[in-house]
Design a protein around this ligand. Structure first.
Ligand SMILES: Cc1ncc(COP(=O)(O)O)c(C=O)c1O
Length: 372
C-alpha cells in the first residue's frame, strides 16, 4: 500500500532545526534535563539502561490512570509519544475499505495513516463560520452506519479550539449510533489559555481510546513519552502490536514521567505551561492588532494560532518565502487542507517571538492583498 507523505512533519524535519526562528512547534519551551530534575525533585542517576516494562511501569500507569475518571492501570499502555498511540490504534482498528471519519482540520497523522491503510477517509469539517465547531447536525450526517472509526483531536490542532459540549455530544451520539470507535487525541489538554482542563472523552462512551503525551503541555517532547487509555481487552491487543513497533518506553523516560505526573509536580508543570501560553499569546495578539491583513480566532488551548491572510498567494509559497527570505518557520495552511491560512506556534522564548512575527508582517507587506 502506498503511504502518502506526512507533509507537515516532513517540513519540520527538514527545517525546524536550521532556521533562525522556529514558529512551527506547537508545544511550550522544553525543559532542560538538569532544570527538570530540580523542578521535579528527581534524581535518575540510578536508572539501569535495561529494557523496561514494555507496557510502562505500574507506578507510571497508575499515575496516568488517575487523570481519567474510572480508569485503572489496566486501561493504560505507555507509548513512544502520542504518535505511537495513534499509530497502534489505527493499525489495529482499520482494514482496507473501512470508512474512517476524521474531524478536520487536524494534525495529518491519522488521515495519512488511514488512507495509507486503504480506508475511505471522510472529513467532518470544523466550520470557521461556526466558531470552528462542526456545523449543527453535520456529525450525524457524516458518521453513518458502518463507520469503523472516528478521530477527533481535542483541543484541536491547528485552531487551538476546544469542542463545545454540543459538538462533543453530537459526535459521541453519532459514533454510538453507527457502532464506531472514537480515537480522541487529547495531546493539547492541560495547555488551556483560561478556564479549566478540557473535558476528556474517556468515559463519555464505551468504544473510546484516548491518546496523549508529555510533549505539549508538559514541555517534555524529547522524552518521547505518551500513552493510550483503552478498554482492557483492546489495550491487550494494542500492547501486543507494540511488540512490533518500539517494544518498550525508554527506562529514563518512564522514570522522569513518573516524576512529572506526581500530582503536585504535575500541577506546577501545567501552571508553568499556562503562564507561558497566556504571556506569549498576549504578544501575538498585540502584534496581530497592528495589521488589518490577518484574521484569527483566539485559541482556547495550545501554543498555536491559525491566521487567515488576505492575499491570493498560496500558503506553501507564503511559508516558503518566510523561510527562505527571513529564516523563520511557520506552517502553511495547505498542510491542514486550509488554503489562505498559516499556523504559528508561540510557546518558545518570548524575546524571539517579535523577530519571527515581524518577519511574517514584512513578508505580508511585500505581497499583494486580494483586493489590490
Ligand atoms: C494532535 C497531535 N497528535 C499527536 C502529535 C504527536 O506528538 P507526540 O508523539 O510528541 O506526543 C502531535 C504533534 O504535534 C499533534 O499535534
Amino acid at each position: 500500500m502506498r503511504q502518502p507523505a506526512f507533509e507537515m512533519e516532513r517540513w519540520q524535519s527538514h527545517f525546524e532545526n536550521t532556521v533562525r526562528c522556529n514558529l512551527s512547534d506547537s508545544g511550550v519551551l522544553p525543559f532542560r534535563f538538569a532544570e527538570f530534575c530540580e523542578f521535579a525533585n528527581v534524581d535518575p542517576s540510578d536508572v539501569v539502561f535495561g529494557y523496561g516494562l514494555t507496557e510502562g511501569t505500574a507506578d507510571l500507569r497508575s499515575r496516568i490512570a488517575a487523570m481519567y475518571p474510572g480508569a485503572t492501570e489496566n486501561n493504560i499502555l505507555v507509548t513512544t509519544g502520542s504518535a505511537e498511540a495513534n499509530f497502534l490504534t489505527v493499525w489495529r482498528l482499520v482494514e482496507p475499505g473501512d470508512r474512517v471519519v476524521i474531524v478536520q482540520p487536524t494534525y495529518g497523522q491519522t488521515p495519512g495513516l488511514a488512507a495509507g491503510m486503504g480506508a475511505h477517509v471522510e472529513p467532518l469539517w470544523l466550520d470557521e463560520s461556526h466558531d470552528w465547531q462542526p456545523a449543527p447536525g453535520a456529525a450525524a450526517e457524516i458518521i453513518t452506519a458502518g463507520t469503523r472509526l472516528v478521530v477527533v483531536t481535542n483541543p484541536n490542532n491547528p485552531t487551538g479550539v476546544v469542542l463545545s459540549d454540543r459538538a462533543r455530544r453530537e459526535i459521541i451520539d453519532a459514533a454510538e449510533a453507527a457502532g464506531a470507535w472514537i480515537l480522541a487525541d487529547e495531546v493539547y489538554a492541560g495547555a488551556e489559555v483560561a478556564g479549566g482542563v478540557t473535558p476528556t472523552l474517556w468515559s463519555g462512551t464505551e468504544r473510546v481510546i484516548v491518546s496523549a503525551s508529555l510533549s505539549k503541555a508538559y514541555g517534555l517532547p524529547g522524552l518521547r513519552l505518551g500513552w493510550l487509555v483503552a478498554p482492557p481487552d483492546l489495550r491487550e491487543d494494542l500492547w501486543a502490536r507494540k511488540d512490533y513497533t518500539s517494544i518498550a518506553p525508554a527506562v529514563l523516560s518512564d522514570r522522569l514521567a513518573r516524576a512529572a505526573l506526581e500530582p503536585e509536580t504535575r500541577t506546577r508543570i501545567l501552571q508553568r505551561c499556562q503562564r507561558i501560553v497566556r504571556a506569549n499569546l498576549d504578544i501575538v495578539e498585540a502584534w496581530a492588532a497592528t495589521t488589518s491583513r490577518l484574521t484569527y480566532r483566539s485559541p482556547d488551548a495550545g501554543a498555536i494560532c491559525l491566521f487567515r491572510y488576505d492575499s491570493p498567494i498560496p500558503s506553501l509559497e507564503l511559508a516558503e518565502r518566510v523561510r527562505t527570505e527571513h529564516s523563520v518557520l511557520i506552517v502553511p495552511g495547505a498542510h491542514f487542507g486550509l488554503e489562505g491560512t498559516f499556523r504559528i506556534g508561540f510557546g518558545y522564548e518570548a524575546d524571539k517571538l517579535p523577530i519571527g512575527l515581524g518577519s511574517v508582517a514584512k513578508l505580508l507587506g511585500a505581497i499583494q492583498p486580494a483586493t489590490a
